[in-house]
Unconditional design. Sequence first.
Length: 394
Amino acid sequence: MGKLGTESRLIAAGLLICGAAMVQAQSMPAWTVGPYQSRSGGQMPPCGEPQIKIDDGLPVYPPGEFPIKLPAVSPHGVHNDLPDPYQAPQHFGKLPNGRQWVSSASVTTAPDGSIWVLDRPTDKTVNPIVQLDTQGNVIKEFGADVIVNGHKMSHDKDGNLWVADLGGSQVLKMSQDGKVLMTIGKKGVPGLGPDELIEPTSVAIADNGDIFVAEGHTIGGPAATNRIAKFDKSGHFIKAWGRKGVGPGEFDVIHQVAFDSKGRLFAADRNNSRVQIFDQDGKLIDIWYQFGRPSAIFIDPRTDAMYVGDSESRDGYTNTGQYFFYPTGYGYNPGVQRGIRIGSARDGKVKYFIPDPCSYPYAGGGSFDEGVTVDFKGNVYAASNSVIVKILKK
């Protein structure tokens, strides 16, 4: 992809033509929630109510029938017109005793091929960490006694779990049996000291064991919390970089971090609707906008195939045709269809797109893919807040 200067000029041009693009956009075939079904046959997940409930005589357009369609390519160069080589999403996870997923932003694949989900149950006696086989059968669960409010979970090459406990201001290294092997940060004590963290959102482990922690999730929080902190394999602080902002190397909610096979660190800079790429010393390599507004990022270590989940892009329209949501601010990324974009971490080219089953126009909140992973057969798993789905290849 182009260098930083090229990307900056592209974005500047996109902002100037944004309004015109939405008006003159090429129509795309309307799609609906379709076969995205719950166990009882109802539609899922909840797509929200993108409308104002006032008696003004305006029609409410059913899903898929809104007269304005998203463009094939957004002003920022995000493609909505790519092929989808996957089947419709299906519920995943046969939980015991009538348990349902509550709120998850994280699903990950272990080196042994099992699937791990980090849930956020409201009942704190319920285990948030769940291991499943690829058929959705629960193998084990644990973590209720140590996790306060987990955000993202990842694995190192030895299969150990790394949990970013946003609510507990800690990162935990755990065995697959639930034993805590290491902690970084002081539980319940947020801070910026060398042994402290503020709102850790995600963890990525380098091949040499160095630990990279993304911090900062609260909108409008202190500028210093939008950073990436680096620790050695023993958990000793090395350095940190980044601050709140929109410039190169600045962040506004790093929702997830991941490594490619070259050891480059990819940061999902969600509120800035971009992916930033760094070397392991914090030097900025490139900025990519073509994957949308990233809530989730997974890079397959075998192929460098890159899966980026966009759960929040929106404009201001509601399904009454009113332009109600603010045409700026949280989630504003006009012309972008929500879903999972699949490309290459090697060159940044986006090849495929799994669309969000929720129809445009979107509600103000998020939907579909807060977390994403892939099994060894290439099937995709998405953490969609109150549901986990498996998406089989066609």
